[in-house]
Design a protein around this ligand. Structure first.
Ligand code: CO
Length: 155
């Protein structure tokens, strides 16, 4: 297990448009493992590679639902439906929360760690997480698009 340093808002790596993963090798698998360890240790539900200083298109998510740990390599959201507004936070923006409108349902195409093309349809928290993490790959933080921002969990 290895914990990685989480980059905080203001770090330029969080503003980068991330590069596609070209090769799924041992190094990438180690990074995914370390990202998951870091996410669980920080009580997060998702983390994107740029948040640990690596500007490539890879994210891990675990919303504690039936999907468990989801690793998305080169994710592309191919379908969005409906609207939902809810509170979000981010490991890179500690103690700040905001109300963010997202699609209620999404479909995402991605590669798994065996390089196999996968498709996932998600709603609820997982759909929100996928959109939040994919935004990280475009250099966008939730505070850039939130309708309102507040300190602490309470509105
Ligand atoms: Co985030």
């Amino acid at each position: 297990m290895a914990l990685l340093d989480i980059r905080k808002a203001g770090d330029p790596v969080l503003k980068e448009v991330c590069q596609p993963v070209e090769k799924i090798d041992k190094k990438l698998k180690q990074l995914l493992d370390d990202m998951a360890d870091t996410m669980y240790e920080s009580d997060g539900v998702g983390i994107a590679a740029p948040q640990v200083g690596v500007p490539i298109r890879a994210v891990v998510i675990d919303c504690q639902d039936e999907h468990g740990l989801v690793e998305l390599i080169n994710p592309v959201i191919t379908f969005r439906e409906g609207k939902a507004t809810d509170t979000e936070g981010c490991l890179s923006v500690p103690d700040i929360f905001g109300e963010v409108e997202r699609a209620a349902k999404v479909k995402v195409d991605y590669l798994n760690r065996r390089g196999k093309q996968q498709h996932l349809t998600a709603k609820g928290l997982l759909a929100r997480c996928i959109q939040h993490e994919c935004d990280h790959l475009e250099g966008q933080l939730f505070i850039d698009i939130a309708q309102s921002i507040h300190r602490g969990q309470d509105k």
